[in-house]
Design a binder for this molecule. Structure first.
Ligand SMILES: [Zn+2]
Length: 197
């Protein structure tokens, strides 16, 4: 398998050097691009390189990538909002199922589910969310007895607002993240030099 390298080169903003990008492709039509690099000491001191990638909703089209130079003196806003701690939901799923329910579901849904569990005596008769939680418990913890599910959901409801983070807060954070990311991109676009590379 032979990779064919191609170095693309453009002039840097000060004109004394270049900005280069290495792309490689092979006989099978595979194609890889590396990050561009600034081959000019002056511009390397003055600018930082920022790459923004967009994935296309149509997977066969891949996505596109834009490279920018931003003056290092420009303060860019934070890209992520860290109001609440981030948590590994998939780890919690296996090790602490009752608290996993807190980060996965909203409180009203858990209360609804708790009411259903209090009226049922067998897992087979569960519906909707309660039934889904039973299946998840079986999958991640290895068992799904109705008393255990009831106890997990009760803990989740009682400790909902004391746990390090809950689903309602994570939903809020997701909105804040989206806004922070938009503001960051907006500021990059307004202040950056778009590289034709
Ligand atoms: Zn330069």
């Amino acid at each position: 398998m032979n990779w064919e390298h191609e170095i693309k080169s453009i002039k840097c903003p000060c004109g004394e050097g270049t900005i280069e990008k290495d792309t490689k492709s092979d006989d099978w039509g595979r194609y890889e691009e590396s990050e561009p690099y600034i081959k000019c000491p002056k511009c390397n001191d003055k600018y930082k390189l920022i790459t923004i990638s967009y994935s296309s909703p149509f997977s066969w089209k891949g996505g596109n990538t834009a490279h920018f130079l931003v003056d290092k003196n420009i303060d860019l806003p934070v890209k992520y909002n860290n109001k609440y701690p981030r948590i590994d939901k998939y780890e919690l799923q296996k090790t602490d199922f009752s608290h996993y329910l807190i980060v996965e579901y909203r409180l009203p849904d858990l209360i609804f589910c708790q009411n259903e569990l209090n009226q049922k005596t067998s897992v087979a008769s569960l519906k909707g969310l309660a039934s889904k939680i039973a299946k998840d418990r079986k999958k991640y913890v290895g068992s799904a007895k109705i008393n255990d599910i009831r106890s997990d959901v009760t803990i989740a409801v009682e400790e909902y607002n004391q746990f390090i983070v809950n689903r309602e807060q994570l939903d809020e954070q997701e909105k804040l993240d989206k806004k922070a990311r938009e503001e960051w991109e907006d500021k990059v676009r307004k202040n950056a030099i778009l590289l034709d590379i």
